[in-house]
Design a protein around this ligand. Structure first.
Ligand SMILES: *Cc1c(COP(=O)(O)O)cnc(C)c1O
Length: 227
C-alpha cells in the first residue's frame, strides 16, 4: 500500500482516458476520499501531491481538518443533516451533496456573512431508491429556485453511479449528468455557473473522465481502507 504509487497509477489512467476523448488531463481534479483511513494516511496523500480531500462525516472530517489544516482543499461529499450545517459550513471549501431546499435554506442561514458556499447539486440519475439526490427531471427547477439563497453558488452537478461489475454500464449515467450540466450552464444563471461535474469513484472513474468529469472522488484505490 503506497499512496504515491496509487496516485501515479490513477493519474496515468486519467491521462489515457483523456487522450481517448481529446481532453486535457489538467481539467480533471482528484479528490482523495479519506473517510476509510486515519489522519496519518490522509497526510500521506497530501505528501504525495493530492490537494483535494473529501470526507463524508462531519465529526471525522473536522478532526482531519483540524490535524491537517489548510494544506488541503476540503470537500464534504456525504449526506448532510441540516442540524450539522452550523458546525461545518465554514470549514469545508465545497459541498457535493446539496439535495433539498431545506438544506439550502440552512446553509444560507449559517454561511458566514457575505460569503458564498460552493455547492454541487446531487442528482440521482440512476433512480436507485438507496441513493439521495434530485430527480433529473426536477433538476432545472431546483437549481433555478436556489436563486433565493444568496449564499449558495451552484458550481456544478454531482452523481453516484450504481456499483456494477461491468463499468461500461455506468456510462449512460455519467453522460446524462453531463447533458444536464450543459443545459443548466447554458442558462447562464448568475447564482449557478455550473461548470463542474463531480462524478467517478474507484470503480468507474475512467468512464467518468471520458464522459467529462472535472472532479473524481477516489477513496479505496488511492488511500486504501483501514477500517
Ligand atoms: C466513499 C465515497 C467515494 C469514494 O469511494 P471509493 O469507491 O472508495 O473510491 C466517492 N464518493 C462518495 C460520495 C463516497 O461516499
Amino acid at each position: 500500500m503506497d499512496v504515491k504509487d496509487n496516485l501515479q497509477h490513477i493519474m496515468k489512467r486519467i491521462e489515457q482516458s483523456c487522450e481517448k476523448v481529446n481532453r486535457k488531463s489538467t481539467e480533471v481534479k482528484i479528490i482523495g476520499v479519506t473517510k476509510y483511513v486515519s489522519i496519518p494516511r490522509a497526510s500521506e496523500a497530501l505528501a504525495a501531491g493530492v490537494i483535494h480531500l473529501g470526507e463524508n462525516r462531519v465529526e471525522e472530517g473536522l478532526e482531519k481538518r483540524e490535524a491537517l489544516g489548510d494544506k488541503a482543499i476540503w470537500h464534504f461529499i456525504g449526506n448532510l443533516q441540516s442540524k450539522k450545517v452550523k458546525q461545518m459550513i465554514d470549514q469545508f471549501d465545497y459541498l457535493h451533496s446539496l439535495d433539498r431546499l431545506s438544506l439550502a435554506k440552512e446553509i444560507n442561514k449559517r454561511a458566514p456573512h457575505g460569503t458564498s458556499i460552493k455547492c454541487f447539486v446531487q442528482i440521482n440519475v440512476s433512480g436507485e431508491e438507496s441513493k439521495s439526490g434530485i430527480n433529473p427531471s426536477d433538476a432545472i427547477q431546483f437549481v433555478t429556485s436556489l436563486k433565493q439563497f444568496e449564499a449558495i453558488e451552484v458550481v456544478g452537478l454531482m452523481t453516484m453511479a450504481p456499483f456494477v461489475e461491468n463499468k461500461e454500464e455506468t456510462r449512460p449515467v455519467f453522460r446524462k449528468l453531463k447533458e444536464l450540466k450543459d443545459t443548466i450552464e447554458a442558462l447562464q444563471l448568475p447564482h449557478a455557473p455550473c461548470h463542474e461535474l463531480s462524478m467517478g469513484m474507484s470503480n468507474d472513474y475512467e468512464v467518468a473522465v471520458e464522459e467529462g468529469a472535472t472532479f473524481i472522488r477516489i477513496g479505496s484505490s488511492l488511500v486504501g481502507n483501514e477500517s
